[in-house]
Design a protein around this ligand. Structure first.
Ligand code: ARG
Length: 468
């Protein structure tokens, strides 16, 4: 059998004018059932809503609508139990379910496709699927935020070095660092919520592209499926996939945040940092180096962001040059979205697990928080505050004091008052009070700053918000 031999008889659902079935390769490239079977729940829900509306509008008899509803329930049970046979020659989920309906209930089943097309059908199913995916991811992100906020509350006052350029910059608290991610994931939820709101309009009833001559009631199907309203333009309804692109864009940004946190977990767990340890549950061993403990889960979260970015780029490319309205290219919209949603869900679950699992080495973080002249900015700020120096001058004086300390191999606080006064005669002993780690942290009470009291308050506020 060659790829160009017919694969199957003519498709009874559209084959009236066809004498021969498709070539095998045609069937293979055309079929989407291997992946769009995931839309079965949405497809059945949309068909139920459509049939009920057709009956209400007098387009279908009540008896036929009842037979359709019952037949669809039975098909749902077959799919649920695994007994349903998905057939490639029936192309996609829509025709697999419809063909089975006709098998089960006969003539009435053949009336279901009145006043609709697979074009509005698939657009409806897919919107419903993305809406469900958003709801699931939203709950997962909320759980991750809770995990982070709990740890932030626990470590609101524990110092760690804050970095810029990955150089030790100023002391911060571990809780403050964790809450930065809570803010990021809150915005990710916001982006998903915005996307959900905009996608929540119903394409059903747009039919193939132009609407229909049947007296359908699009408000009724929209409402039955939980949409806010029907989509206003039939061409737009069947041909745009901006809702999927927006979802992928939001997913890509969330994946970026997850990847940055994953990268920090990798760094923190490495021997040069030793800020945290991960348990056996979230690490793997090396097959050759018995001493190793590798943060594979974090590395994979970091890497999986690439798949999600790829999904966005891929779908943008599919859609960008398509003339209106529907074209089969749009069948390529589903796999990237399914994969991205699944990947993002796995990545969030893995990061949540690691956030709960990690054990910080608080002594190590504290030691490095005060290292590398991390309180130099506090010294400069004191020169401004106590002596009225312009900040640029204070910066320069402090730089010279750091150079002195560095030459002696000591901390700033280990310079004598006399040494300090050689650089700036008006310096008094009060300066030593700002050079400690504790005072550096406690002084940063500006809104959004790292002072332990701020961090404790912010963590408590998040925990209260996330518990509702
Ligand atoms: N499986 C198709 C898709 O995913 C359904 C729509 C097919 N429409 C058509 N006119 N061939 O896009």
């Amino acid at each position: 059998m060659s790829e160009t031999d017919p694969a199957a008889p003519v498709n009874p659902q559209w084959g009236g004018r066809f004498a021969e079935g498709p070539a095998r390769v045609m069937q293979r490239i055309n079929a989407s059932i291997s992946f769009d079977r995931r839309l079965w729940r949405q497809d059945i829900a949309a068909s139920r809503a459509h049939a009920a509306m057709l009956a209400k509008a007098g387009i279908l008899s009540e008896a036929d609508a009842a037979a359709i509803a019952q037949g669809l329930d039975e098909i749902a049970a077959e799919i649920e139990s695994g007994s349903f046979v998905f057939r490639e020659e029936l192309e996609d989920i829509h025709m697999n379910i419809e063909a089975r309906l006709v098998e089960r209930i006969g003539e009435a089943g053949r009336r279901l496709h009145t006043a609709r097309s697979r074009n509005d059908q698939v657009a409806t199913d897919f919107r419903l699927w993305v809406r469900d995916a958003i709801d699931g991811l939203d709950q997962q992100l909320k759980d991750l935020m809770r995990a982070l906020a709990e740890r932030a509350a626990q470590h609101a006052a524990d110092p760690m070095p804050g970095f810029t350029h990955l150089q030790i910059a100023q002391p911060i608290t571990f809780g403050h660092h964790l809450l930065a991610y809570v803010e990021m994931f809150a915005r990710d939820r916001g982006r998903l919520a915005d996307c959900r709101k905009r996608l929540n309009e119903c394409p059903l009833g747009a039919a193939a592209l132009a609407g229909t001559s049947f007296p359908i009631n699009r408000e009724m199907t929209a409402e039955a499926l939980g949409f806010a309203r029907p989509m206003a333009n039939s061409l737009d309804a069947v041909s745009d996939r901006d809702f999927a692109l927006e979802f992928l864009a939001a997913a890509a940004i969330a994946a970026t945040h997850l990847s940055r946190l994953a990268e920090e977990i990798v760094l923190w767990a490495s021997p040069p940092f030793q800020f945290i340890a991960l348990s056996d549950a979230f690490t793997t061993g090396s097959s050759i180096m018995p001493q190793k403990r590798n943060p594979d889960a974090a590395e994979l979260v970091r890497a999986k962001s690439g798949r999600i970015f790829g999904a966005l780029m891929g779908l943008l490319t599919v859609v960008k040059a398509l003339p209106l309205a529907y074209a089969k290219d749009l069948q390529e919209d589903k796999e990237p979205v399914f994969d991205a949603a699944e990947t993002l869900s796995l990545a969030i679950a893995a990061i949540s697990g690691m956030v709960r699992d990690l054990r910080p080495d608080l002594a190590r973080m504290r030691a490095l928080a005060g290292a590398a002249y991390a309180t130099a900015t506090d010294l400069a700020d004191w020169l401004v505050r106590a002596l009225g120096l312009p900040f640029r001058t204070a910066h320069h004086v402090t730089g010279r004091l750091v150079a002195r300390a560095e030459a002696k191999g000591v901390e700033l606080a280990a310079l004598s008052l006399a040494e300090m006064q050689e650089e700036e005669p008006r310096i008094t002993a009060e300066v030593y009070s700002v050079l400690s780690l504790e005072s550096a942290l406690a002084s940063r009470t500006s809104y959004g700053g790292t002072a332990p009291e701020n961090v404790a308050r912010a963590a408590a506020r998040w925990l209260a918000e996330l518990s509702s």
